[in-house]
Design a protein around this ligand. Structure first.
Ligand code: M6R
Length: 606
């Protein structure tokens, strides 16, 4: 997740690029840079850190010219540094990129073998080398980009500029967003409309697999084969603030909808279908040395860890414990060599989790961090880091960070299971195939928001909620309750469904909505019995069940159906309706959804 912008016209490009980048900084701020064409060559100015650093640098070292590209980076491949900042320039070619090139290692090796020298650790520089190689024989920049794209696998929005063809910018899209802004004798390219809204409201959204050639006067779209595409421009009527949220009312809703894309990015380059295996970005874990796994985490990341326990125990048969980080660090934990501690943290900065990692390392345990933010403190402290690549999460209530953590854990569990030999190739293959299908299944759920809106209106007036689940759905019940509490301020409790009759059943009456996670699986019958117990006491039941389940409707007041998947992966789907329910309840109450009271996105204090 990064922000990209391009300008071609008659005005000075740098102020327009920097102005656009300011609007795109929410997409990442590990580094920023511009490449601006002037007097026969393009000048690159870039540096690590926020846009303010780039602005200061540009004051000392201006980049004049009327054609240019700019980038604000959220690091995925290669740490945040000056060298890894975009644009990347190779020969006459400058490139900016948002996305992940899946086959970057293979391409890097091929290019290196034919003499290319790299000056960064990024996957993006590889694309600059590819275009620089193709431009030597292609008749124009568009053709060179098309040929280079044929070699690349993964998600991308690229903008490419050539010193030999400065009257043209070429952009291409696959999975990452790209929009063209149309002006009078000038045109813009951007990751989203916020970046260009101050300049134009006339835009063309570029679709998957399209290449667009932009000059001052014209915009020509083709598909990857070069076949022309015609698309009428649209006029944007959103406000600038709405546009930053991609047209969604809140960042949380935007992030809920981003989950299919985020999960696809978590999977990029990690699924090895040829060998029914998983690649952990170079992390190697010696299973013969792991006697026990201990998760440490807080909040939503703690719930993800609880699901991780089910996954790893089921697939790798290694004993797992899950600890709340703030408790772990103060109770003289029995931990040491032979333990693998997995620290889970979206931000990578949560103080309690960081201190738990320090404690574990001090006592001789090996630490693997699962985090969303590259080079944040916890992954840097850990022995190994595995990133979720969800993109920046702005809403305080965690959504896409959670589902991508679950996907990361599924990958770790499959990796371990293959090495402990408790997971057969056939089962690994089936799980990997299911993982790859998740984004589409998630899309089906998040696009069904209308039903959740109706249910939120029906149940949103209640003073409390109970969430019930068994097995790996129990942590989802906890997560559903946490989501509702933190953004709607309605009290909610998550319980293992079987534990209900040991106390919480006393709460049940006609005013208490009970959300029951009841997907198909080994606990289905038992959960249905729990539903009956609730309904016998006039409780209102909202069941989350599997598509094709015609029985559940007879036991619940309302049912939300989600697509079927492997048992271990079901939590990744069942949590989505709970996130949407919480969102719509909170929105109906008019709370500050993105910044709920008393909370902060990163808890860096005890
Ligand atoms: O950045 P982390 O994953 O370490 O953060 C942990 C919790 O603070 C976080 O998950 C919190 O519970 C969220 N607000 C939940 O939505």
């Amino acid at each position: 997740m990064c922000g990209i912008i391009g300008y071609i016209g008659g005005r000075q490009a740098t102020p327009l690029l920097v102005g656009g980048l300011r609007k795109l900084e929410y997409r990442g701020y590990d580094s920023a840079g511009v490449s601006v064409f002037n007097n026969g060559t393009s000048k690159v100015v870039r540096c690590r850190g926020k846009l303010a650093n780039l602005e200061a640098k540009l004051l000392e070292d201006p980049a004049p010219g009327t054609v240019g590209i700019g980038h604000t980076r959220w690091a995925t491949h290669g740490r945040p540094s000056d060298e890894n900042s975009h644009p990347h320039k190779v020969g006459p070619i400058s490139v900016i990129h948002n996305g992940i090139i899946e086959n970057h290692l293979q391409l890097r090796a091929e290019l290196a073998a034919s003499g290319s020298k790299f000056s960064s650790e990024t996957d993006t520089e590889i694309f600059a080398h590819l275009v620089a190689r193709e431009i030597k024989t292609a008749e124009n920049l568009t053709l060179a980009v098309r040929r280079a794209l044929a070699k690349v696998r993964g998600s991308y929005a690229f903008v490419v500029m050539s010193d030999h063809e400065p009257q043209t910018l070429v952009a291409a899209k696959n999975s990452s967003p790209l929009v063209i802004g149309l002006g009078e004798n000038e045109n813009f390219i951007a990751s989203d409309v916020t970046a260009i809204l101050a300049e134009t409201r006339k835009v063309i959204f570029i679709e998957e697999g399209e290449i667009v050639t932009v000059t001052r006067e014209a915009v020509a779209i083709t598909d990857l084969e070069g076949k022309p595409v015609t698309r009428a421009p649209k006029t944007i009527t959103w406000s600038a603030v709405q546009a930053e949220k991609g047209g969604f009312k809140h960042f949380m809703l935007k992030e809920i909808h981003e989950q299919p894309r985020a999960v696809a990015d978590t999977l990029v380059g990690r699924v090895d279908l040829e060998h029914d295996d998983v690649l952990l970005d170079g992390v190697t874990l010696d299973v013969t040395k792991i006697k026990r796994i201990v998760f440490v985490a807080c909040g939503t990341s703690y719930h993800a860890s609880m699901v991780g326990e089910f996954m790893i125990e089921a697939l790798a048969r290694i004993p797992v414990e899950v600890e709340i980080a703030s408790e772990f660090r103060y109770r003289d934990p029995i931990i040491g060599a032979g333990d693998l501690v997995i620290a889970v943290s979206q931000s990578g900065e949560t103080l309690d989790t960081m201190e738990a990692v320090r404690e574990a390392k001090k006592r001789g345990a090996q630490v693997l961090a699962i985090s969303n933010v590259l080079e944040s403190s916890i992954p840097r402290l850990a022995d190994h880091a595995f990133y979720t690549h969800a993109g920046p999460e702005i809403g305080v209530a965690s959504t896409k960070a959670f589902t991508t953590q679950l996907v990361a854990m599924a990958l770790v569990a499959i990796y371990l299971g293959k090495r402990t030999k408790t997971l057969s190739n056939e089962r690994a293959r089936a799980l990997l195939a299911e993982l790859v299908q998740l984004p589409q299944k998630m899309r089906d759920i998040v696009e069904g928001g209308a039903q959740l809106q109706v249910l939120a209106r029906r149940y949103g007036g209640a003073h409390g909620f109970l969430f019930l689940g068994r097995g790996s759905q129990y942590p989802i019940a906890l997560e559903g309750a946490l989501k509702l509490k933190e953004i709607s301020y309605i009290h909610a409790e998550g319980y293992p469904a079987g534990e209900m009759k040991h106390g919480p059943i006393a709460l049940i009456d006609e005013n208490l909505p009970v959300v029951v996670l009841a997907p198909r699986g080994p606990f289905y019958e038992k959960v249905v019995s729990n539903l009956a117990e609730v309904r016998a006491r006039q409780g209102k039941v909202l069941a989350i069940a599997t598509k094709g389940d015609n029985e559940i409707g007879g036991h619940a007041d309302d049912v939300v159906l989600v697509p079927d998947t492997a048992l271990e992966l079901q939590p990744i789907l069942t949590v989505l309706p709970l996130q949407m329910l919480s969102y719509y309840v909170a929105d109906g109450k008019g709370t500050d959804v993105d910044q709920p009271r008393n909370l902060a996105k990163s808890v860096t204090v005890e």
